[in-house]
Design a protein around this ligand. Structure first.
Ligand SMILES: Nc1ncnc2c1ncn2[C@@H]1O[C@H](COP(=O)(O)OP(=O)(O)OP(=O)(O)O)[C@@H](O)[C@H]1O
Ligand SMILES: [Mg+2]
Length: 368
């Protein structure tokens, strides 16, 4: 799939106007704070997800503007399509002129993967970032997963509310414990679904990421991922995951009652990312961590392509810094044939790649 035209009006610092990108590589260069990441963010919002910067919707409306409007024309599933996003009080979206119940309805229609330097947190920070990566990636692949996740979150919130209340009143009866067990069952059932979705996604992600990492590192390093969950391992079935979760909820019941929240379960799962058999978080160099995140992101894109038959658009924010020329070359060659939006301060390294369009961004003004 590829973007054929993007119009912005009142979005962050971007000057009202439009761009017509190349179906191949598009380079956006400029000094710091000119609007390069803002541009990638505007494209990303058409995946139906929230801003990859973690911004609130209203933060993206230009400082002196009442609303922001984005229009995307893109070619996908053998036809030209039109989508629109309006951010005014809240974010709303339409596709082909039809208003969607929520912007999440865009998922599966327009697909993109994004890499930005803050994604190094995927390796460096706590497990939440890694769970978010897996969940967001799987939502694009199987939009129905959004409901599974929401159901799990609801069950978790209910069980936590009950535990919190027991803690507050400093006591509970047998009837209270039966109520808790009802939520154990619901949470285990919802959790087993989340676990199965994540583990099946990770099983598919590993070979793709391994192959790409091998290419980036010139074959000198190996790459792997381990899914760490109380519900089981890569070979555990949904039924077994349910039983495992029921068991850990039972074992940890005292701890949960004392804490006033659910201390174990899929909301605590983690991924261990290994480079040449060693934890990337503990031992990885800057370049290795960056390569690992890029491998994960490009692998995510390959899986999307395999399932949907459409190559997602790649949004690469400041991807080249801290990578040696061998690693840079691999990335630029690997993404040939995709539509790519690359941002950089110095367009030199990216210009080694022939073809495509180069845009300059200066104070939100984009010129070709
Ligand atoms: N809602 C908004 N309205 C107007 N301007 C905004 C808004 N949000 C952010 N900005 C401005 O956008 C600019 C940052 O843009 P952006 O993050 O895209 O920069 P960049 O070109 O990617 O820079 P860098 O190279 O440092 O990453 C800042 O000057 C910021 O004040
Ligand atoms: Mg930026």
């Amino acid at each position: 799939m590829n973007v054929t035209q993007l119009e912005f009006d009142g979005f962050r610092n971007l000057e009202t106007g439009l761009i017509r990108p190349d179906p191949g590589v598009n380079i956006f260069y400029g000094n710091n704070a000119q609007g390069k990441t803002n541009l990638l963010e505007s494209i990303w919002l058409f995946t139906g997800g929230r801003s990859f910067r973690g911004s609130k919707d209203l933060d993206t409306v230009g400082f002196d503007k009442e609303r922001a409007r984005l229009k995307l024309e893109f070619f996908a599933f053998e036809r030209l399509q039109h989508a629109e996003i309006l951010i005014q009080r809240k974010r709303s979206a339409s596709l082909g002129g039809v208003q969607l119940p929520s912007p999440a309805g865009l998922a599966g229609n327009f697909c993109a993967v994004v890499f930005c330097p803050s994604h190094l947190s995927l390796i460096e920070d706590g497990p939440e970032e890694r769970r978010r990566f897996i969940d967001a990636a799987y939502c694009q692949l199987r939009p129905g997963y959004i409901k599974i996740l929401a159901n799990f979150q609801r069950c978790l919130a209910q069980r936590n509310a009950l535990l919190k209340n027991f803690k507050k009143v400093m006591g509970f009866t047998g009837a209270d414990l039966s109520a808790l067990e009802v939520w154990d069952e619901r949470l285990a059932a919802a959790g087993a679904q989340v676990f199965l979705a994540r583990s099946s996604y990770i099983r598919r992600l590993i070979p793709a990421a391994r192959e790409i990492y091998k290419g980036i590192s010139g074959g000198s390093e190996s790459f792997s991922i381990r899914y760490l969950s109380n519900a089981g391992d890569e070979n555990t079935t949904q039924e077994q995951a349910y039983k495992n979760l029921m068991e850990v909820f039972k074992v940890k019941q005292h701890e949960d009652l004392a804490a006033g929240f659910t201390t174990v379960g899929p909301h605590r799962d983690d991924l261990e990312i290994l480079i040449s058999g060693k934890s990337a978080r503990i031992y990885g160099s800057q370049g290795q961590k960056r390569s690992a995140v890029i491998a994960l992101k490009l692998a995510e894109a390959s899986l999307l392509r395999d399932v949907t038959g459409e190559q997602p658009v790649a949004l690469l924010d400041d991807v080249m810094s801290e990578l040696d020329s061998v690693r840079q070359d691999y990335i630029l060659n690997h993404i040939k044939g995709w539509q790519v939006f690359v941002t950089c301060c110095d367009p030199g390294p990216v210009l080694r790649l022939a073809g495509g369009k180069v845009f300059k961004i200066e104070q939100g003004r984009i010129t070709q």
